[in-house]
Design a binder for this molecule. Structure first.
Ligand SMILES: *Cc1c(COP(=O)(O)O)cnc(C)c1O
Length: 496
């Protein structure tokens, strides 16, 4: 066998002349030339250096380029189109292609501080760096035995987050891809526990014939809450909808009478207005009734870390399950969601799995708390972000987002824009006197390229949605954003 690294051409040759027809599989090594190439790639690090350089060039451009790709960059994406290649491609060339065609077709949100769409958040350099290292580790966080370090960092993140949220002793965390999954986890735990108390084992007996659970949510519950309800077989038609107030908060005085069959879904951070439900009023009632409360706090629960905002979360500690994201307010890289649960056994029971080869340990086995078995060690970047910031840094980060949102609110109000929500946290909803002008205003802002905002509907009115959630959004950037709004509005009046 050839020991030296082969070129892609050699591999092609090998494939063509290989002994594919022979039956002596034991003495063949189809992958030998590939293995030599891979070992070569690993030894000389050229690919990694290439990717590193591209990543640095990319990050350096974050502040100078458009936030959204231009038409040429989108057009160029067609260069990726091809049938599944029949043979190998040179690794260097494909990394080049990714950078040359892929990088310009990204949304510049990682560190630009100028992207205000959805609720996205940027990325803390230390969290990105920690993830790079963890990527090299390529750990499977399923079990302690499959990754002691992942188990350790999950344990720490669990402890820190439960302390931060002031949850009862024994509360646990599961580390998942995002809030969508975390909500599913929280509701699955609640479904398990409520039915178990009614003498029904959902895992064995299933939903058919099960005692009926009551589902209660505010009219502004997030789409992913409804998705979780649907996935769990509970049926969105069965939700008892509770009216909301003018900020999108569930009306505590309109809650139906709660009982021990209720799954109540509350919200810390309305995805449009950023408003928080009145936990302090609702939680004692829910607790007395024996209901299970899940709090969807994808971005908002982090308010608990901010000294001026903490009171918004008063009462949350009495809920049973919580969902939040590292990849939004905390600014970790993507794929970082967390479910917290004060009923550890319910969460474990909801995701119980066993098999002769699944070797649980005395240590933390991450898969016991999540739907997945094999998972990325995503607690690594979560730990890095939390450790880097500490409580005071986290306070500064979260408080800072609120301050920038207030700055934008004030600046836009002074310039004659209408602000349609109370800026409770990091969300600013901007309106115009004439609703019909909103689509053109958004289009002009997006075309401008220096910032990016999306649109939404707030109580039937079209609005511009601004979500301030990146550490990189400075007072200067907010000022530029205000200027962009004014420019865009001027464009409208010139057209009419
Ligand atoms: C973003 C968001 C979700 C969904 O979270 P993902 O991490 O995107 O899955 C759920 N609820 C609220 C309030 C959100 O802002």
């Amino acid at each position: 066998m050839k020991q030296q690294a082969m070129t892609q051409q050699d591999i092609k040759q090998h494939n063509l002349t290989g002994e594919a027809g022979s039956k002596d599989l034991v003495h063949q090594d189809a992958f030998a030339p590939w293995r030599a190439l891979l070992l070569q790639q690993l030894a000389d690090k050229a690919l990694f250096e290439q990717a590193r350089k591209a990543a640095y060039a990319y990050l350096d451009e974050q502040t100078s380029r458009r936030v959204s790709p231009d038409a040429a960059a989108l057009e160029a994406l067609s260069q990726f189109d091809e049938p599944m290649p029949s043979g190998p491609a040179p690794a260097e060339a494909l990394i080049d292609q990714l950078h040359a065609i892929g990088s310009p077709a990204t949304i510049a949100q990682a560190t630009s501080g100028r992207y205000f769409g959805l609720v996205n958040g940027g990325v803390l350099p230390v969290a990105l760096a920690a993830r790079w290292l963890a990527d090299a580790w390529d750990q499977n966080a399923a079990l302690y035995l499959s990754s002691p370090i992942a188990s350790k960092l999950e344990q720490l993140c669990q402890d820190w987050l439960c302390q931060l949220m002031e949850l009862p002793q024994g509360s646990v965390a599961g580390f998942v891809s995002g809030s969508s999954t975390a909500i599913l986890c929280g509701l699955a735990a609640g479904r398990y526990r409520l039915l178990e108390r009614l003498g029904w084992d959902i895992n064995r007996q299933g939903l058919a014939g099960a005692p009926r659970l009551r589902l209660i949510a505010g009219q502004h519950a997030h789409a992913t809450v409804l998705k979780a309800v649907a996935l769990l077989g509970l049926g969105t038609d069965n939700i008892e909808w509770v009216p909301v107030d003018e900020q999108g908060r569930i009306r505590a005085d309109q809650l139906p009478k709660l009982d021990a069959t209720c799954l109540l879904m509350l919200q810390a951070g309305n995805v449009n207005s950023g408003a928080f439900d009145d936990f302090a009023t609702i939680m004692p009632k829910a607790r007395a009734a024996g209901a299970w409360v899940h709090i969807d706090g994808a971005f908002g629960l982090w308010a608990k870390a901010s000294s001026p905002l903490r009171a918004l979360c008063d009462g949350i500690e009495q809920a049973q399950s919580f969902s939040l994201d590292g990849h939004k307010t905390l600014n970790t890289p993507y794929d970082n969601g967390i479910v917290l649960c004060s009923d550890a056994n319910a969460l474990r029971a909801a995701f119980a799995a066993s098999g002769s080869y699944i070797l649980y340990s005395q240590e933390r086995d991450g898969m016991a708390f999540t739907p997945e078995m094999s998972r990325r060690a995503r607690a690594v970047e979560l730990w890095a972000a939390l450790k880097f910031l500490g409580r005071s840094g986290l306070d500064d980060l979260v408080t800072g987002l609120h301050q920038r949102a207030l700055q934008l609110e004030q600046g836009l109000r002074a310039a004659g824009f209408e602000i349609c929500n109370q800026v409770a946290f990091n969300q600013v909803l901007v309106g115009l006197a004439n609703d019909d002008d909103i689509p053109a205003l958004i289009a002009a802002l997006q075309a401008d390229g220096r910032i990016w905002v999306g649109g939404g509907t707030w109580f039937q009115r079209p609005v511009v949605r601004v979500s301030v959630c990146s550490w990189a959004t400075s007072p200067q950037i907010i000022e530029e954003t205000r200027a962009a709004f004014i420019r865009a509005r001027e464009g409208l009046t010139q057209q009419t």
